[in-house]
Design a protein around this ligand. Sequence first.
Ligand code: PEP
Ligand code: MN
Length: 303
Amino acid sequence: ARTIIGAVGDVSKIDTKLIDALPGVEQIIRILKPYKIVSRESHEQNTIIDISGVPLGGSTVQVIGGPCSVETQEQMDLSAKAVADAGCKLMRGGAFKPRTSPYSFQGVGVEGLSMFRNAASKYNLPIVTELMDVRMLDAFLENDVDVIQIGTRNMQNFDLIKKAAQLGRPILLKRGMSATVEEFLLAAEYCLNEGNDQVVLCERGIRTFEQSTRNILDLNSLALIKETSHLPIIADPSHAAGRYDLVTPLAIGALATGADGIIVEVHNKPDEALSDGKQSLTPESFADMMKQLKDMHILNGKA
Ligand code: PEP
Ligand code: MN
């Protein structure tokens, strides 16, 4: 048993010799990385997030399934059933949608939070949903949102991140589509710096010169972050691929690389989905993906 005390802020003036002379000090390590509390140097063991009783991180592998957008109560009921039937313990769905075009469907709003909560509660599924505006935090609490998602477009909206983190609930922080690993980890550092270490990182694909798929799932960064940070990291093959037929192979790749889970879009009628239908799996193909992952024993947990 060791107690690790981290000093953050301007530590350049600290004379380590003075600290070294104190009783009980075994070792002083200067963390040279710009991010401190998220780094593995400050916390050796993998952090395990407790999502209303469901663990994420450590030796567990979780699959978060659900639609891109909350649309109707019926759609959410069908989605929750599909997610639970496939053996998943966590559900996703956006009531507030950060759409590229102001003319695209923007989400059903607050009402969507209660539709989501109702549907998920029937199957005992904790819910993950995106926060875009701090003024919605009360509605998130009223609907007992279990995990607050910060989307790719808000990864550097530090005020939003800080306010969300202050609630003390788990945060799902998606990597900015053009953010470096360092910027990504520094964004997570904002949460931990607010005293909230319940952060799940999410690699959701980045922009490159390649135009043939929506984004590129950056498995290099995923493997690197597993080494450099103690926080769990999951992958989002749906937004990385932008097309349903690549979701399962990318999910397999991410989990084989060491991801602590995946988040996958599922819709009962992808052709009629109000957002991201092209990349959404049907309940049947989602169940089929889960079966493949189970047969490959990559959902069994890690040693
Ligand atoms: C989403 O999860 O539906 C979403 C908008 O994701 P991202 O922020 O990664 O684009
Ligand atoms: Mn989506």
